[in-house]
Design a protein around this ligand. Sequence first.
Ligand code: GTP
Ligand code: MG
Length: 194
Amino acid sequence: MNFHNASFKAAYGTSAQLPASTQPEVSFAGRSNVGKSSLLNKLMYRKGLAKVSSTPGKTATVNFYDVDGQALVDLPGYGYAKVSKSELGRWSDLIEGYFNQDRQFALVVSLIDIRHEPSALDRHMVQFLQDAELPFAIALTKADKMSKQQAMKQLSMIRKALNTPKEVPYVVTSAEKGTGIEELRRLIADALGA
Ligand code: GTP
Ligand code: MG
């Protein structure tokens, strides 16, 4: 799977607009500002293909990317309190709507900021993935913000807090430094059989 061969496909603002899934897809979920769009850009060798912002709530639609004929999906972030009630409703509809649809989930990459203990929403997300028996991996983001040694400590703390089954892969990543990106590409390609 050639990650250089990437393009933006489409964006959807409500779950009703989401087209039926016609091929397996790898989606990226996590709280607002955790670094989903940045990680996607890094995976796709592209700076601005997915819009990134230091203000949480940048990605407000479900965005589909084509990578060498495979589907990658950037989801809006959860847990951003500063948007209006109606906007919040639309977001949860989008995220829940996406996951409740009969889609071909090849892999969900659940992103967690390596600096912090997983939030209630993070734990919710991971519990949901387990209960729904969806294949998922955890990407710990922004590892460049600490030393390698600290990162290993955080990894073990977060693993314990999330208490995921042994087979769930954890990848320590940095969209800034490129840490873990090749490993994540391999996981994605394997999940897609590509
Ligand atoms: P929403 O679209 O709002 O849900 O956010 P997102 O999860 O897509 O996050 P985004 O990629 O827009 O990044 C949020 C902020 O974190 C930006 O200021 C990024 O530059 C920064 N950021 C993302 N990844 C990293 C990383 O690996 N290291 C560092 N230091 N900063 C990062
Ligand atoms: Mg985003």
